[in-house]
Design a protein around this ligand. Sequence first.
Ligand code: ADP
Ligand code: MG
Length: 387
Amino acid sequence: MSLRRQLILDEFAARFGGRPSACVRAPGRVDLMGSHTDYNLGYVMTMTLDRDTWLALRPRADRVVSIQSLNLSGCSDFSLDDITHCEIAPWTEYARGMAWAMQEAGYVLAGFDGLVHSTIPFGSGLSSSAAVEMAVGLAFQIASGIRISPVELALLGQRAENKFVGLNCGILDQYSSALGEAGSALLLDCRDLTHTPAPIADGVAVVVCDTRAPRHLVGSEYDDRHAQCDEGVRLLSAAYPHVRALRDVTVEMLKSCEDALPPVVAKRCRFIVEEDDRVLALAPALTAGDRALLRDLYAASYAGARDLYEIGAPAMEAMMAAMLHAPGAIGARQAGAGFGGCMVALVEADAMEAFAKDVEARYAAATGIEPFVYPVRPSAGAGPVEL
Ligand code: ADP
Ligand code: MG
């Protein structure tokens, strides 16, 4: 038995007594292209990670959810009859939010004892929060004897995060965790809520490069960007009535109206419209392993994120320099919402170890921070796991 299984079984017995009756898992994700395009109903190239959140559970006879985490201390049980916010153990907000969203949608839920264990780093843009939401959503389905489609589960998770936790995120994180596919990236259409698999060429490795720099103002800056994009849609729809989201805008349309937009709004819109085009261009390049095109698309994405969408940070600049200089680097860009956190590189698979060592040394010398550099492989989307 793996160490992880043993740990979960031992801790479940110590905390709740006896054995869990089921276990579920939900992976984290990294975006290979498509920053902030999800809430603009555009495209994202997303990939699940071989890092995930497990939730071992056993249904209860009452309507209480008792959930604990091996990654964070603090627990607080909650009743499905009165789901309140929780200051003692803020991380349980994600479980409470999921219960709230599922009940609001009309599902009749039963309580459970649950123990969480995750290998996804928190708060660095790899969607550890969505993985908790998707795992909790699966746990409720087992405990309550109900079935919900993965797309609906993703939407319920987004609603939990938007309305209960209070982060105005798009669908990317929850969709990726719920519908990811082993062995492939996904080209996600955030309007249709559909995807097509985008296999990655043999010999191209995906490497997460975590700046481990504190992320500041992510929430408020995120809301500002969202509002600026909405403002762009409002102004652009005066000239083009069919525009409902930046997804509907082309580079030519934007150029014809740019003077009518406040300069900041014009910059934000340009980044999103161009980033959508880059996502579509990335799919064939990723599958063919077209090194030159991958490098150019990644360079343009990073430059746009820094100069137009202004989600950069000094630590990201230092990491970008380290990634591009390292042996085997094909392309490098931001990941997640920006403002620090993780970045992502495409690397020649046979140079992976040399790449990681070089990035670690160069970034640490430049910033005094030890980064966290590791390859990731796409794993299956959320589902049951044998304990
Ligand atoms: P990200 O989703 O990018 O990792 P967020 O700030 O959205 O960052 O979510 C991180 C939060 O999710 C953590 O601070 C914690 O509250 C919660 N969380 C994620 N995974 C776990 C876990 N295994 N145990 C407890 N809390 C978790
Ligand atoms: Mg999150």
